[in-house]
Design a protein around this ligand. Structure first.
Ligand SMILES: Nc1ncnc2c1ncn2[C@@H]1O[C@H](COP(=O)(O)OP(=O)(O)O)[C@@H](O)[C@H]1O
Ligand SMILES: [Mg+2]
Length: 240
């Protein structure tokens, strides 16, 4: 049996806006296998970011449950959730979120240092090399292109060795060529370090690069399946 590293049950997130209720998530049940690369696709406002925030314990649901690694997030206290976010999950955002006055290397190792861990320099260099950014190690983020900045953000997410990477429109600010480039490198890195990736996008081409595509509409999952695993049967994660 495949181990489901992430699972949601009846997940809901409602926001009150004046007299109206916005149902950002309206009963989401889905599961992700360990080491799977899943993209979640949907239009703007369909609830993608809200879902990602619930999975990463950045926000709490109105109803329903999130299980990660067999643990129920609602059973964890504030401190346990902080540790969960720091150790188990790596976030990648559309706007890279790099610290502007730290250089590339310093940005990448920052979460490891904040966690009080020793930095394995060789390991970090290997990641920078894998992501083709090692020559920019001493550059400040402002000197880099968007694609390069996002590769730094990927390196940072990967370097702390979380089991799960959550990416919110990581190619949203990139042109099509560097978007594909970034996706390819994220796939390679995640595979190399055996990480599970959940990536949200509104771009169908980008979504197609995943093992599996989940469609979300008005806070509900309306389709689940397809992606690279189907396109090249026998060559995806499915048989591993
Ligand atoms: N903090 C909030 N307060 C009120 N409404 C919100 C809040 N966050 C998101 N929403 C609403 O929830 C819906 C889903 O938002 P979101 O998850 O950001 O969608 P997506 O990422 O797919 O564009 C939208 O209608 C949005 O306006
Ligand atoms: Mg969003």
């Amino acid at each position: 049996m495949d181990f489901m590293i992430v699972r949601t049950k009846g997940l809901k997130k409602y926001y009150r806006l004046g007299n109206n209720i916005v149902k950002a998530l309206d009963g989401v049940d889905f599961a992700v296998k360990e080491r799977e690369f899943v993209s979640i696709i949907g239009k703007s406002g369909s609830g993608k970011s809200t879902l990602l925030h619930m999975l990463g314990a950045l926000d709490t649901p109105t109803a329903g449950e999130v299980y990660v690694d067999g643990r129920r997030l609602s059973d964890m206290n504030r401190e346990q959730l902080a540790v969960f976010r720091r150790r188990r999950v790596g976030f990648i955002f559309q706007n890279y979120n790099l610290v502007p006055d730290l250089n590339v290397y310093e940005n990448v190792v920052l979460p490891i240092e904040l966690d009080g861990k020793r930095v394995d320099k060789k390991f970090v260099h290997g990641i920078l090399e894998l992501l083709k950014i090692e020559e920019k190690m001493e550059a400040l983020p402002g000197m880099l292109s968007g694609g390069q900045q996002q590769r730094v953000a990927i390196a940072r997410a990967v370097a702390a060795r979380p089991s799960i990477i959550l990416a919110d429109e990581p190619t949203g600010n990139l042109d099509s060529a560097s978007g594909h480039d970034v996706m390819g490198l994220l796939k390679v890195a995640a595979k190399q370090f055996q990480q599970t990736v959940i990536l949200i996008t509104h771009d169908n081409d980008i979504a197609q690069m995943a093992d599996r595509i989940v469609h979300i509409e008005d806070g509900k999952i309306v389709g689940d399946g397809g992606g690279a695993a189907l396109k090249k049967a026998g060559d995806g994660y499915a048989g591993e």
